[in-house]
Design a binder for this molecule. Sequence first.
Ligand code: HEM
Ligand SMILES: *[C@@H]1O[C@H](CO)[C@@H](O)[C@H](O)[C@H]1NC(C)=O
Length: 280
Amino acid sequence: MPLLESAAKLFRLVYILCWDLSLTLVNLVTPSLKPGRIVPHESPGAGGKWPEFVPPKEGDSRCACPMLNALANHGILPHDGRNIRFTELTQTVRTSYNFASTFCVFVPRYAADLLLKNYKTDTFDLAELSQHNGIEHDASLTRQDAEYDPDQSRVHLPFVNALLACASGKDRAGHVRLTPADVSRYSSTRRAAARATNPAFTLSRTHKMFGSSNSSTLLTILGGRVADVEVFLKEERIPAGWEPRAAHRMGLTMLAFQRTVLKVECAIDEGAVLSEGDAE
Ligand code: HEM
Ligand SMILES: *[C@@H]1O[C@H](CO)[C@@H](O)[C@H](O)[C@H]1NC(C)=O
């Protein structure tokens, strides 16, 4: 990569991290958003009123990300999943899921770079995000490895059921919840199984972090609530009345999110799965 381009990228990263730190600090000193007010009032989903869910039709483009597919299924992203602007993705993820602006710029920009496209001017189809080992990777919690199912838009229900069955927590309101330890345990199982059976298995350190980052959204944005996770992951539908469980005024920042991601990733132990298997 030319020196100037690398310097520009580094500058952009430093800039976004400083911005993220500022938002994190603002969140610390401002009151959280009130329930019912988390999605901005002029945006789809305000007050828990989401546009109608319409399952994908033949020819619609979908991807390995259940949460983006859900936005398309509700017509918040184009229902056909095609010709989406990266900036549109930034906007809809910000308002629908209450991730901070930094995250909402960083991830679509990262995706644009990987697809060799221009973040500001280009468009993409959802299916392009499933490019194997670009962003999509093996040992996912909701998809079979690309080796077994080249259609990464398709959820593998037995995996989701096994994940939901791990839930050991309960919140104050009595909702059954997935805990970080539950997600780590299930990720260990998936990685160990994929490594043992898939001859084409690969999982780089970056993809491990991405994997834990993806699954940590279930703990933060969905608050781990099994009833909601089930609807999102199995039907790629937003439950009626649902709102993001991250209520930070400036949204969930990358810094705050990393706390959950690191907790999940550091507790993943494939060895523990193998020795459990030996004991049986
Ligand atoms: C902002 C743009 C986003 C992009 C480009 C993106 C991209 C992806 C991709 C490529 C995958 C597949 C990874 C794999 O192989 O397992 C994925 C999975 C996933 N993403 Fe997203 N995503 C985005 C936003 C979100 C948001 C906002 C949430 C949550 C609110 C989310 C939650 C998930 C979950 C739960 C998975 C499933 C992980 C698994 O099967 O193990 N994503 N995403
Ligand atoms: C999901 O993983 C992809 C890469 O596999 C990454 O680009 C994206 O940031 C992750 N999404 C979330 C919400 O963590």
